[in-house]
Design a protein around this ligand. Structure first.
Ligand code: SAM
Length: 328
């Protein structure tokens, strides 16, 4: 699949549910209204839709949410999609998770063909963790990480940089990841959805963070690409990779290879734009050829990029939907 700007689209991110067992302050409001179950695609429908993308050339599939591991019978879908790894049609099947259910699922994920996963951890302080996630417990996530490591999964930690909340912990997180053998990626907060709070207060530019970290750590630029938007350095003192995802301070749209599917079958061609394609109606009413044609039509509308702004004049979110809808 090639979009109007000549970019190959080979990476599909799928939000398998909009529900989550956490309520992270930069992601959701506390009193979220979730989709009625009838609107959400069945696991069989998600399998058919994801497989249509694999047939069209997607090589990397990431399940996300909401929290993907709280969706009932999610392992059925993961095992089904694993067949594309066996045939060689897919290079990678992976997951972004908050880790709360990992202790239960780690072995099964590995058995289904997953090699590495992303786990979101914003702080190593148990009280701060519960304040930030509103409902989360750090010890449960740490137990999940231990289970994932024992299962043989490679782990990358995702940390959203929130001003005044976890900005003094990045050194500790780098050191901890070095000891545990995890890579780490820092992410700028993006203005997605109403969170019932002020994003200006939360926003911390990673250009500033990197400059601060460089005073303590030796950061060497490396060419490593994980297939996503992060730019990586190697932390010489730990030997682990540190990634920066900087949608606000550096626009990385020119190399965008991704599209995002929601759990209702809506395809967003850009995380930061509203244009979308309804694939659910084609999925339910049409044959495989109609579905393939609808996917082609959508890719033909992939926009050049997003234009996120967070400052005092732009207090409204760039797009109305939350990260949990499009899948972070
Ligand atoms: N529940 C899973 C998790 O916690 O990783 C998957 C979904 S979550 C939406 C995916 C990632 O998006 C998490 O790392 C989360 O911290 C991040 N995220 C959520 N809202 C964000 C925002 N407004 N800006 C930047 N990152 C955000």
């Amino acid at each position: 699949m090639i979009d109007p700007f000549g970019r190959h689209v080979s990476y599909l991110r799928v939000s398998v549910t909009d529900r989550c067992d956490f309520r992270c302050v930069y992601c959701m409001a506390e009193d979220m209204t979730f989709l009625p179950k009838a609107e959400v695609l069945s696991l069989e429908e998600l399998d058919r839709l994801c497989s249509a993308f694999v047939d069209k050339g997607v090589r990397k599939l990431r399940l996300t949410g909401g929290e993907p591991l709280v969706r009932r019978d999610i392992m059925w879908l993961i095992r089904r999609l694993g067949r594309h790894l066996d045939t060689g049609a897919l290079d990678e099947l992976t997951l972004t998770t908050n880790g709360s259910q990992l202790a239960r699922f780690a072995d099964e994920l590995k058995a289904a063909g997953m090699r590495r996963i992303n786990v979101s951890v914003d702080t190593l302080d148990p009280e701060r963790f519960t304040r930030l996630t509103r409902w989360g417990k750090l010890d449960k996530v740490l137990a999940g990480l231990e289970a994932a490591r024992r299962a043989g999964l490679e782990i990358k930690i995702n940390t959203v940089a929130v001003r005044g909340v976890n900005e003094h912990e990045f050194d500790d997180l780098i050191a901890w990841c070095g000891i545990e053998g995890f890579d780490l990626t820092l992410i700028e907060t993006m203005p997605l959805g109403d969170i019932g709070g002020d994003r200006v207060e939360q926003y911390l530019p990673l250009s500033l963070v990197r400059a601060r970290l460089a005073q303590r750590w030796t950061l060497t630029d490396i060419d490593y690409k994980s297939g996503g938007p992060a730019r990586y350095v190697r932390v010489e003192e730990t030997g682990k990779r540190l990634g920066f995802i900087t949608p606000m301070t550096h626009n990385f749209c020119e190399s965008c290879n991704r599209v995002r599917l929601t759990c209702t079958g809506t395809l967003y061609m850009c995380l930061g734009q509203d244009d979308a394609a309804d694939l659910r109606s084609v999925l339910r009413d049409g044959d495989d050829a109609a579905l393939a044609a609808a996917i082609d039509e959508a890719i033909g509308r992939k926009p050049k990029g997003h234009d996120f702004v967070i400052d005092r004049r732009h207090r409204a979110p760039a797009v109305e939907r939350h990260m949990s809808v499009t899948g972070g």
